[in-house]
Design a protein around this ligand. Structure first.
Ligand code: PRP
Ligand code: MN
Ligand code: MG
Length: 172
């Protein structure tokens, strides 16, 4: 297995700081709930929350889109729902990666049925080449090539989520 750094710690920090600043400006004086998408979104959510300079609430939803396969089946299953009432609240769904877009599309539709004041999407990484649905992601950190990436929340068979940088992983 060969691993090559794609996004350094410093670059990730810069991206998250910038997104945090934009979100703070956009949601000033609004009731914002950050909804982290488990598992991959946990690192980005934790870093982003600390770059948002206002009161926020935090909740998590756990979904499974791939089952045991590495290809998206398009079927999204909720493993654990949020615990708070988000009706009337501004919701920002926080993801590590947008690939086909099926997970975020499903979540956006789901939250739109919960009576939120608004539902927006944030993803630190975007693989635009892989998109299967036309979806507007409001806050995108960085576009990446169609390679298998790990670290900063992203796994390969549940490993490597804790790596502080993002790596491209290739079989050798
Ligand atoms: C990955 C990633 C996103 C989703 C993106 O999650 O963390 O949630 O796939 O793919 P899509 O745009 O094609 O839907 P995964 O299903 O691997 O679960 P995990 O976060 O628990 O690793
Ligand atoms: Mn995920
Ligand atoms: Mg995964």
């Amino acid at each position: 297995m060969k691993m090559e750094v794609l996004i350094t710690k410093e670059k990730l920090e810069e991206i998250v700081t910038d997104l945090g600043r934009r979100i703070t400006e956009d949601y000033r004086d609004k009731e914002l709930v950050l909804v982290g998408v488990l598992k991959g979104g946990f690192i980005f959510l934790a870093d982003l929350a600390r770059k948002i300079d206002m009161d926020v609430k935090i909740d998590f939803i756990s979904v499974s889109s791939y089952g045991n396969s590495t290809e998206s089946s398009g079927v999204v299953r909720i493993i654990k729902d949020i615990e708070s009432d988000v009706s009337g609240k501004h919701v920002l769904i926080v993801e590590d990666l947008i690939d086909t877009g099926l997970t975020l599309q499903y979540l956006k539709d789901l939250f739109n049925t919960k009576g939120c004041a608004s539902v927006k999407l944030a993803a630190i990484m975007d693989k635009p080449d892989r998109r299967k649905v036309d979806l507007k992601v409001d806050y995108v950190g960085i576009e990446i090539p169609d390679e298998f990436v790990v670290g900063y929340g992203l796994d390969y068979a549940e490993k490597y989520r804790n790596l502080p940088e993002v790596y491209i992983i290739r079989e050798t």
